[in-house]
Ligand binder design. Sequence first.
Ligand SMILES: Cc1ncc(COP(=O)(O)O)c(C=O)c1O
Length: 484
Amino acid sequence: MATHPLDHAALQETARDHLLLHFTDHARAFADPTGGAAHELLVLERGEGPYVFDTRGRRYVDALSSLYCAQLGYSYGEEFAAAISGQLSTLAFNTNWSTAHPAAIELSAEIARRAPGDLDHVFLTNGGSESVEAMWKIAREHHRAMGQPQRTKAIARDRAYHGVTLGALAFTGVPGYKDGFGTPPIEVAHVSNTNAFRGMREGEDEAAFCARLLDEVRDAIAAAGPDEVAVIVAEPVQNAGGCLTPPAGYWPGLRAIADEHGILLVADSVICGFGRLGTWLGIEQEGVVPDIVTTAKGITSAYLPGGAVIVREPVAAALRRTDAGPLRHGITFGGHPAVAAAALKNLEIFERDGILENVRAREGHLAAALEQLRDLPIVGDVRGAGFFRAVELVADDEGTRLSKPQRDDLLRGFLPGRMLEAGLIARADDRGDAVVQIAPPLISDDALLDEIVGRLGDVLADAGERLHGGTRVRTGTGAAGGRA
Ligand SMILES: Cc1ncc(COP(=O)(O)O)c(C=O)c1O
């Protein structure tokens, strides 16, 4: 922790001169260095509990857990440091290529112990995109070992984000992200996601909506050739598009379709895993065991970067067949001893401090608080699960989508700055429909959740006034409207 004020202006300038940012519009990020806090690069230097502090000393509630990673917030540093330092003093590094080390072995067992069903085998990675890449290689090697090398295609969902390395990017369904990067190396058919607010048709109930979505998956498999599809990949709750929860029966339906055709079912739990939905792998609540689960982010609560791919016994068994040959995939740093030690410490803290229990106990409170935001005319839908929630912004009571200029003005211009002014870090996201998303640290209590929702409500009220040029009161049928 810095004990003296960092030179705020110098950091802004040095960042502008040298640091290339991820997923950032560089022209906009550095457009106005003299325009005040809302117009400069947010540089965070310190964390404490659920709060982070910038180089001006301003405090923010990190209501996004640093991009869904900081499950425990920022006050467990000493415990993690002791675990990491102990490991580095004992064995700073060894790979998991043909050899192993105790921390990786123990971590694989500890994850398997918590995973549902026979998800008993763990391949360690450095992050989410790597987990998705490894998932694909493991799935292909499995099918090859089973005498089905022709299974080269995949099913994923519209607007889903599965990472941006070139293999993972093939699964990603966000419009525009693939443009200019060549033909994806994997043939992936994208089917509808589970956005009920936009996707459910007039007169359709949840069961009918679910049945139609599953029919679409069946149709996509038929079109691809059922014995050519290797995997179906979906997030338990889809992030891009705004915390899209599945209708009841969706995951059991996917499981049945996958089983019928010998396809591997993959839950991409990079965000949903490690407590975000109140469960270990983010899928237990659906009552099905996927063949493969991809994880990252919360696996270490971001005290170090890590990830894991967890596979069921039959998938691992195929890799172990004497005629299977070696798994042709490996990453030098996958399962680094220090990261494994951090992940083990994370699991220990989760159990000791009742982290999953905290989410389960308080998710209803968070949902109820957010529901009240429907009173704001700009809020068309409120959705999500666990500590992973979104509000969708609309232009009017009929749920009309924001126009392009309105989206640009609100989501890229007004809201990011206004949220920071309100001391709130949340995500204004326009990759699908216009949403603002929160994913509070899993240590949050009711008071903090109320504080987050209160600040968000103030910001959204201002956004509504900006949109309509004055305060408006909702009329008509309100929240039920807006399906398109
Ligand atoms: C569902 C999902 N899969 C994969 C990824 C890629 O993870 P990473 O950014 O760690 O490579 C993400 C990132 O947010 C994600 O949300």
